[in-house]
Structure formats: structure tokens, C-alpha cells
Design a protein around this ligand. Structure first.
Ligand code: M6R
Length: 608
């Protein structure tokens, strides 16, 4: 999730690129750069925000009417100047900006190094200009086509060659890219936001498209090289709407990104239907065999992802496992030694309590695995092994897409470790992989029914005094997250509770003014939770049940039933959390609250 801009026309490219990048800074902000083709092909880049880049450009003003720019949100390689885009080819005759992940970059890099090439950065991106240069014989479009044929992964790229002064080549696969049409000038950007000050005539590229853009023409080709047409749309959004992709809030936009996030989190981690976590390759079988306890430590939503981890770890690794809130863990003098495996989960990688828990664990000898979103963050730097979740920048204070990615990556890691320990059969692994691959589509099918959730919320939650989220096992883990989401953005009191525990106290609170969100997706315990729902109904509480498709008997018990697609129970939280996030969102929205910046809360809690 970075930002790309490009310009070709008669005007000075640099101010247009910088303006475009400023509109995209919300997508990535750890480093930035521009390349402009004038008499020469020059690149200026820096670590930090666009204003730092602007300052540097005062010393190196770039002249020319063709250029590309990038604002980065690191995925491979820490945020620094060398890793910032644009990236040159080895001879510096070609430059590329890229969003996405090149899955097979290690193989490609190895191959190129063997052929005698020298790389400058730690990024996956750098193999792209190097490959294009390998294939280049005077026709940039063809060279890009040939390079992309061997690149696996997601990308939106913009490419310039020094010897083709009238041309910009762009391509996309699983990462958005749009072309803006002007008069004797054309623009490209990773999202419409950057283009709206200049044009409202937009072409959206589809996966596999490659376009050759001059100041007068746009020619688009499919993967096979056939010329194709894409419709020109007239976009009427204003700049603020565009940043949010037309959604009313970043939170909703981020929830709707989840199908893509699910795909990205497994990218490079499934090879020939087998689960591989390259970041954990150095954990030997001997080491793994010796582990005698597993901890998941984190705060807030990340902690709730850890609760899912605890259930999965015990089930698959058959090792005692615990999820602990980092602020408690750090002061509890936990019994830890070198046989302890400590998972540290954090979206930002900067949460003070989580960092302290990590340091304590290390001090006591535990091996640590970080599940982190922000590349190069403190947690990422301090853990023994970091596995990035690749959810992209999360702007809303309420964490949504990061949770989905965390749960998925934890599931992948646990499966991988279980396999390494001989505790996961090949056929179970195949089933997990098959189901995982179907999740993006299933998540989308839930989002396609978001209106049903909104309608329920608008009709039901106005006079509610008390909300309980209940569930068992993984559904209990989800109930904690559902309740937190509701509390933090709608300011409605909510509690997540084990469904079987209600009658040991909280049932006394249930009245017709109580709303119970019953999560009953975990197939092995479906009937048990159904009985708990009946107990609530007997006290006249209102029940919205979130259950698996096909469990029709729920309809005669709950006031409203929302079905989530079937999948294997252990993957269900990845998609079953979506209705819970939507309930919280629409509740807050119906109350007219400041959803992206809820009162009293900060996105990153760097104090204890
Ligand atoms: O950046 P982290 O994942 O370490 O943040 C942890 C919590 O502060 C965070 O999840 C918080 O609970 C969110 N506001 C929840 O939506």
C-alpha cells in the first residue's frame, strides 16, 4: 500500500508529481522519491515525508516533462533512502516505481546475482528494473511485458526509459492503478485522489493490463499483448471522498479492503498448495521439538488475535498455550525460559506495553516471533523473527483489517509449525490451503450484504442499554473483539463473554433492553451456544445471531440471523469478524460519531 504518480505532457513534471504525492501521503509515509526525465534520467529520494523530499529537491531541482513519483509504506526492507522508490536499473537507464509484493523476488535476485548483477537495496521491487533492463532492446513496452511474464505477485508499476523520452509504461496486477486523461497530457496514479485536481476523466486498469502512455495517446494491452479498450469514466468525487475511496470513513474503507488483505497476507506463504513461512526457515526441528509453552502477548485488538492464536496453538501444536494482555504480562513475573515461544502481536509495532513484554520475554530466554504490520517498527526490529501481515496502512483508530491479517498469519504460522513437527497431515494441510484460497471471495460475499447489518443496527440499537457478545472457543475470541469494536467507536457499553458463563452472573442483567450478539460459527460447539441463546431469549433479550450458512434452526430462536459462509471452523474468525466490525461501524454511524478518531483514544499507544 504505497502511492504512485506519473505525468507526461508539456508542463514541468516535478510540481505535479509532488502535488500528487501529497494527496497520496495517507497511503504511505515512511519515504518518498521522484524520477524526472529531462536531458538525463534523475532520481531524488529520501526517508521521511514529502516535505523532507521537497527540501532535498531545492538542492536538486529536476527538470523535464515526464516523471514518476512514489510515497512508500515499507513491505520489504526498512524505510530508508536506499530502499525508497523510484528504483533504477543497474545501468541507471530505466526507473520503476512499484506498489505490491514480488513474491518470487528472492529467486529472481539470486538468478540475477549469479549472472553478475549487483543490487543496491533490500527491496523486492529492485528486481523489476533489473529484469526490464535484461529484456530491453529499444522497446520499453515489450521489455516490461517480458519482465512481468516471470514476475509473480501483486504490482502496480510505472516505468520510464532514458532513451524513450515520449513514453511512460504502466501495468497492474492485484494493486490498483488509474490513468487520468488530459489535453496533450496524461497522468497515472495508484488512486484517483492524486488526479482529481487535474482531470476527472479516468481509466481504471484491470489485472493483467499494460499501458503505453504518451502525452497524446493511451494504448492498453492484455497479458497476451492484444490491444484492448477500457472505458473512460467521469468521476465526480471531491478530493476528501477520493482518499476514502468514496467511503464515508476510513474505517469502512479498511473493512472493505479485507478481501484484498486476506489475499496479501497469504502471498508468498503458499507454494504448490503447501504452507511455507520463509521468515521462520531458521527454526530447526530440534528447537521446535523442545518448546514446552507458547505465549501470545499484545494489547487491544492484537491481543484478541492472540486469543485465537492460543486456541489454534493448543489444538495443532499440542503445547500449553496462553494469551496475555501485555500490560499484565510485563508485571506478572511469568515463568519463561528458553523453551518458551513468545508471539508478540502488534499492528503499529510501537505499543509501549507490548514492547516491554517482548523485552521481558527475551531477557528470560524466550524465542520471539513478531506478527507486525508496520515494517521496520520497534517490535519488528527487536523480535528474533518477524512475520509481516501486509495489511497496508491502517488509518482509522479502530483496528479492523490488521486484525483479519493477524489472525490469518497466526493460522498460517501455527499450521507451518505443526507441519514441521509432524503434527499436521498432508491432507489437513491441503484442506487448509484450499479453504484459505476461497476466503477472499467469502469475505466479499459478507461485505456485499453489509446493508442487511446496517438495517438491523438502525432498527434495533437505538434503545439498547446493554450489549453482550457471546460465543465459545474461537467464537469467544471473536466476541471479545466484537465488544471492543462497539465500545471504542460507538461508546455503547459492551462485554464479550464465554457463552456458557452467562448464567453464572451476567444473565441477571439481561432484559428486553439488552442486545445479545451471539456468535455461533464454530461448528463443533454450535448446539451448545444455541442452548445459551435460548437462555437469553427466555429473559426477553434481543438476539442477533451470526452463524454459519446452513444452520437454519437458528432462525426460529434468534430475532435476526446473519449467515457467514461455511469454511473450516479454525479459519472462520478471519471472515466471521466482518459482521462484528460492521455492527460497530453502523452503530457509531447512526449516532453521528467521529468514527475514525474516537474520543480519548490514539492509534498508537506509545506510553504505558
Ligand atoms: O498497534 P497495536 O496493534 O500494538 O495496538 C494495540 C491496541 O492499542 C489496538 O489494537 C487498539 O486496541 C485498537 N484501537 C483497537 O481497535
Amino acid at each position: 500500500m504505497c502511492g504512485i504518480v506519473g505525468y507526461i505532457g508539456n508542463k514541468k513534471a516535478l510540481p505535479l508529481l509532488i502535488d500528487g504525492l501529497k494527496h497520496l501521503e495517507y497511503r504511505g509515509y515512511d519515504s518518498a522519491g521522484v524520477a524526472v526525465l529531462g536531458d538525463d534520467l534523475n532520481v531524488v529520494k529520501t526517508q521521511g515525508r514529502i516535505k523532507v523530499l521537497e527540501k532535498k529537491l531545492k538542492e536538486f531541482p529536476l527538470k523535464g516533462t515526464l516523471g514518476i513519483g512514489h510515497t512508500r509504506w515499507a513491505t520489504h526492507g526498512i524505510p530508508n533512502e536506499v530502499n525508497a522508490h523510484p528504483h533504477y536499473s543497474e545501468s541507471k537507464n530505466i526507473v520503476v516505481v512499484h506498489n505490491g509484493i514480488v513474491e518470487n523476488y528472492l529467486e529472481l535476485k539470486k538468478m540475477l546475482i549469479k549472472e553478475g548483477h549487483n543490487f543496491r537495496s533490500e527491496t523486492d521491487t529492485e528486481v523489476i528494473p533489473y529484469l526490464i533492463e535484461e529484456f530491453y532492446d529499444g522497446n520499453l513496452l515489450e521489455a516490461v511485458q517480458r519482465a512481468l511474464n516471470i514476475i509473480e505477485g501483486s504490482y502496480a508499476i510505472a516505468v520510464i526509459a532514458k532513451s524513450e523520452k515520449d513514453k511512460l509504461v504502466v501495468a497492474r496486477n492485484d494493486s490498483p492503478l488509474v490513468i487520468g486523461l488530459g489535453k496533450n497530457e496524461n497522468f497515472v496514479a495508484s488512486d484517483i485522489t492524486a488526479l482529481l485536481p487535474y482531470t476527472h476523466k479516468i481509466i481504471t486498469l484491470e489485472n493483467g493490463d499494460i499501458a503505453e502512455i504518451t502525452k497524446k495517446e493511451v494504448n492498453i494491452y492484455d497479458k497476451q499483448g492484444n490491444k484492448i479498450e477500457r472505458p473512460v469514466q467521469s468521476i465526480q468525487w471531491n478530493a476528501e471522498d477520493a482518499q476514502k475511496g468514496g467511503f464515508k470513513h476510513f474505517m469502512l474503507k479498511e473493512i472493505f479492503e479485507e478481501p484484498h488483505v486476506i489475499k496479501e497476507a497469504m502471498r508468498g506463504r503458499i507454494k504448490n498448495d503447501s504452507i511455507e513461512i520463509p521468515e521462520l526457515k531458521n527454526l530447526s526441528k530440534d528447537y521446535l521439538k523442545n518448546i514446552n509453552q507458547v505465549f501470545f502477548v499484545a494489547c487491544g485488538t492484537a491481543y484478541h488475535a492472540g486469543v485465537v492464536g492460543k486456541y489454534l496453538s493448543e489444538k495443532y501444536l499440542k503445547i500449553p498455550s496462553k494469551a496475555e494482555v501485555a500490560s499484565e504480562f510485563r508485571y506478572s513475573d511469568p515463568v519463561i525460559d528458553d523453551k518458551t515461544l513468545l508471539f508478540v502481536i502488534s499492528q503499529s509495532g510501537e505499543t509501549a506495553d507490548t514492547l516491554a513484554a517482548l523485552r521481558l520475554g527475551k531477557e528470560k530466554g524466550a524465542k520471539t516471533i513478531g506478527i507486525v504490520n508496520v515494517v521496520g517498527s520497534s517490535v519488528a526490529r527487536e523480535v528474533d523473527n518477524v512475520v509481516y501481515v501486509h495489511a497496508g496502512p491502517e488509518i482509522a483508530v479502530a483496528s479492523t483489517k490488521a486484525y483479519v491479517a493477524q489472525v490469518e498469519v497466526i493460522g498460517l504460522i501455527i499450521s507451518y509449525l505443526a507441519k514441521s513437527l509432524g503434527k499436521l497431515s498432508e491432507s489437513s494441510e491441503r484442506t487448509i490451503v484450499k479453504e484459505l484460497k476461497m476466503l477472499p471471495e467469502k469475505a466479499q460475499s459478507i461485505l456485499d450484504r453489509a446493508d442487511a447489518i446496517a438495517e438491523f443496527v438502525y432498527n434495533t440499537t437505538k434503545n439498547i442499554e446493554e450489549t453482550f457478545y457471546i460465543g465459545r472457543n474461537l467464537d469467544y475470541a471473536l466476541s471479545l473483539e466484537g465488544a471492543l469494536k462497539l465500545k471504542e467507536i460507538s461508546y455503547v457499553h459492551a462485554e464479550g463473554y464465554p457463552a456458557g458463563e452467562l448464567k453464572h452472573g451476567p444473565l441477571a442483567l439481561v432484559t428486553p433492553k439488552s442486545l445479545i450478539i451471539a456468535i455461533d460459527t464454530y461448528a463443533p460447539l454450535y448446539k451448545k451456544t444455541l442452548s445459551n441463546i435460548k437462555e437469553v431469549k427466555a429473559r426477553k433479550g434481543k438476539v442477533l445471531a451470526i452463524t454459519r450458512k446452513g444452520y437454519k434452526d437458528m432462525e426460529s430462536v434468534a430475532d435476526k440471523t446473519f449467515y457467514v459462509p461455511e469454511t473450516i471452523p479454525d479459519l472462520s474468525p478471519i471472515i466471521s469478524v466482518i459482521p462484528l466490525q460492521l455492527i460497530a461501524y453502523y452503530t457509531a454511524e447512526s449516532r453521528g460519531l467521529d468514527i475514525d478518531k474516537p474520543r480519548n483514544l490514539a492509534k498508537s499507544v506509545t506510553v504505558e
